[in-house]
Design a protein around this ligand. Structure first.
Ligand code: ADP
Ligand code: MG
Length: 340
């Protein structure tokens, strides 16, 4: 009898994670939250511990023809710290695991580590361990971060409330357009190695792709302003996909205003040049690593003057209705077109 074979693509990333973890029940009393948020939450007594891991694979997450190793090292740490930020926590320790093919020299790995060390210094974390192995092909980096957060300051994905303001940090869509530009230049280079890349005036979007920051600065600023978000997630898959997570897990809806979406001028120009809608890039472009969060309306005065924060809409009690109010005054459903 032939066994059934289901393609992973039939489930998608989130479907697969759900299926594999179905029936997993946490037994330990100090496991507060397991799978399903940006980090696991562990009861440490006085405060909560936060644990998160993410891997980066050559050929899947990065292309070394245009990704400098130092930037890659920085990004590997930053994207993990970003998940701690999304819990309103502070990162403390990291471990780094590497698998390297014989294509890499000691000098190349040292360069990767320059970026890792710089990120550890920028985010004030200690690199306390890891693992190193050989790989048949390509480079594999896996990072785990341990962080902490006060019990009354933790922000989950599942706690957004109707009428909360929906806020985003920084600007959106840049990392995706940076990637599109780098890939276009790679194709040009492969076709004609004498061509010089045309990336003048595109430094910002390129940097958004190659050297993302975790928004710990905003976590600290919110704390200083006395604001505890009601819910928060970091934007790894794009606003659409990540807002859908908040809404689904909180049992709420949301209304986002197209004219409020923060898009940098370089992002806008690159989108136009590449024939990609800037709003599509802002909603569905991944890897910006900004924070998407909700606050009660009475926090408005405390955030309104922070130039790093834009209010893009609000949460509604219409469960499952996540809508974009377009500039043409239509309301259309926001759907996830993130990666699988
Ligand atoms: P993020 O983008 O914030 O890193 P993911 O979308 O990667 O989050 O993961 C969503 C949730 O699923 C997280 O809680 C993560 O820990 C969990 N998860 C992902 N892959 C696995 C796996 N193979 N086994 C168990 N849990 C997983
Ligand atoms: Mg995340």
């Amino acid at each position: 009898m032939a066994e059934t074979r289901t393609e992973i693509s039939a489930l998608g990333e989130f479907g697969l994670i759900q299926k594999l973890n179905k029936g997993i029940k946490n037994k330990l009393p100090d496991t507060i939250t397991g799978i399903g948020d940006d980090a696991a939450v562990i009861d440490l007594g006085d405060e909560y511990g936060l644990l998160t891991t993410d891997m980066l694979l050559e050929g899947v997450h990065f292309d070394l023809t245009f990704f400098p190793l130092k930037h890659l090292g920085y990004k590997a740490i930053a994207v993990n710290v970003s998940d701690i930020a999304a819990m309103n926590g502070t990162p403390h320790q990291v471990t780094v695991s590497l698998a390297l093919s014989n294509r890499f020299s000691v000098e190349a790995v040292a360069e990767l580590y320059e970026g890792i060390k710089l990120a550890c210094s920028d985010f004030n974390v200690d690199l306390v361990g890891g693992d190193t192995s050989s790989s048949r092909s390509g480079l594999f980096i896996s990072v785990t971060v341990f962080g902490k957060v006060a019990k009354d300051k933790i922000t989950y994905r599942h706690t957004a409330k109707p009428h909360d303001l929906l806020c985003v940090t920084g600007d959106l869509g840049g990392a995706y357009l940076g990637l599109q530009l780098l890939e276009r230049e790679k194709q040009v280079f492969l076709a004609n190695p004498n061509m010089q890349p045309e990336l003048d005036g595109k430094d910002y979007v390129i940097q958004r792709q190659l050297r993302p920051e975790a928004r710990m600065d905003v976590v600290y600023e919110l704390a200083e302003a006395g604001v505890i978000p009601t819910a928060m997630i970091d934007l790894s898959d794009g606003l659409a996909s990540d807002l859908l997570h908040i809404c689904a897990q909180s049992g709420v809806g949301a209304l986002v205003f197209e004219d409020k979406l923060p898009v940098d001028e370089q992002t806008y120009l690159a989108a136009t040049e590449l024939n990609i809608g800037p709003v599509t890039a802002a909603l569905n472009g991944g890897e910006d690593y900004e924070l998407l969060f909700t606050v009660p309306q009475n926090a408005y005065d405390k955030i309104k003057n922070n130039p790093k924060i834009t209010i893009v809409g609000y949460i509604t009690d219409q469960k499952g209705e996540v809508l974009l109010h377009t500039n043409a005054d239509n309301r259309v459903p926001i759907t996830a077109q993130g990666w699988t």
